[in-house]
Design a protein around this ligand. Structure first.
Ligand code: SF4
Ligand code: SF4
Length: 335
């Protein structure tokens, strides 16, 4: 069902929705960027449409809504373990088509990876409704078309933000929020071509020897293992566990999971001190081949959505999109 409404009317609808849903969208934070006097755009709760940053790519993805940076899973008391509560409110997230694809990759990892579903992720995932922001131009560094992440119909509502707001609503549960608005024919459009294109490698040419290619040496020298590329990436899902004992009673505490990343020191360390990928180039190889090769081999889809956030975030100007093209060239040239 299509609707058109003014921004004032949309804000009233957001106010009604916020009684039952937490509403998240990309929001600008002044002075909180990675350098002094720079800003950051990341996901946070909103009340009004004017808070949503629509004219720039968000630096961080919406993954933190359902895979929080730090999430308490359970509390341990003297002789008892209590699972952490999740709020009963639903969740609405404003996000672009590529990020909906990103969440499908997270679903694969948390819900369809073997026989055990991750209940902590699932509880949040079941509450989420996607309000898709129509995206027809993309931003610098996006290559979603190459990664086939530019289109989707897996949304609750698709929204075009012009002077007025146009909505394609698919969820009957939300119909009563919009029933007073004017009905129109509206279908979202999608970007068909990015300025940046990448060419995915011919996977049949990937051999075990390729993993020792000299191509990765460059990254041993350039990467500083800061992990920014992992943390901004919607499809990087790794975490580590922390058991925290309370200072006033060390027999009580909580278990948290916190984001971790394959580029960061310590990620592959084992008891006895062995680390599987001490060399930073090896970490770049692991991430790259996971994003564009082995995840696809197992799940039928690449892990990368082509958002380009990792390229934007890297302090060493390492470009993941260029890295994919280098892998493809090397394989085509039989290196
Ligand atoms: S472009 Fe980079 S940040 Fe975006 S999904 Fe691909 S690897 Fe992750
Ligand atoms: S952001 Fe750049 S320097 Fe930092 S870990 Fe990733 S590739 Fe290495």
């Amino acid at each position: 069902m299509g609707y058109t409404m003014t921004r004032e009317a949309f804000n009233k609808t957001l106010a009604s929705l916020s009684k039952s849903y937490k509403i998240y969208a990309p929001v600008g934070f002044k002075g909180e960027g990675r350098f002094s006097d720079t800003d950051v755009i990341r996901y946070d709760e909103i009340k009004q449409v004017e808070e949503i940053v629509l004219d720039e790519k968000s630096h961080f993805s919406p993954k933190e809504v359902l895979h929080p940076i730090r999430q308490t899973l359970l509390y341990f008391l003297q002789d008892e373990v209590i699972e952490a509560n999740t709020s009963s409110e639903g969740i609405i997230v404003f996000l672009r088509p590529c990020d909906i694809h990103g969440i499908l990759k997270l679903d694969q990892v948390f819900l369809q990876n073997g026989n055990i579903r991750d209940v902590y992720y699932e509880k949040l995932r079941n509450k989420i409704k996607f309000f898709m922001i129509e995206c027809t131009t993309g931003f610098d560094g996006c290559f979603c078309v190459s990664m086939e992440a530019n289109k989707t119909d897996l949304y609750t509502a698709a929204i075009r933000f012009d002077e007025n707001i146009s909505i394609d609503l698919k969820d009957d549960d939300l119909l009563h929020y919009f029933k007073e608005e004017k009905q129109i024919d509206f279908q979202p459009e999608f970007i068909e071509k990015n300025k940046l294109e990448v060419k995915l490698p011919p996977t049949e040419k990937i051999t075990p020897e390729f993993f020792d290619s000299s191509l990765w040496k460059e990254y041993s020298e350039r990467c500083i293992a800061c992990g920014r590329c992992n943390f901004v990436c919607i499809s990087c899902s790794c975490w580590t566990m922390q058991d925290i004992s309370y200072q006033d009673n060390p027999h009580q505490g909580e278990r948290r999971r916190v984001w971790a990343g394959c580029h960061v020191d310590g990620f592959t360390d084992m008891a006895g001190g062995h680390g599987f990928r001490k060399n930073y180039g090896d970490r770049m190889r692991f991430k790259t081949m996971h994003k564009i090769y082995d995840f696809k081999k197992r799940n039928g889809m690449s892990m990368c959505i082509g958002c380009g956030r990792c390229d934007d975030a890297c302090p060493e100007y390492i470009s993941f999109s260029k890295c994919i093209n280098k892998v493809t060239e090397a394989l085509e040239e039989g290196q």
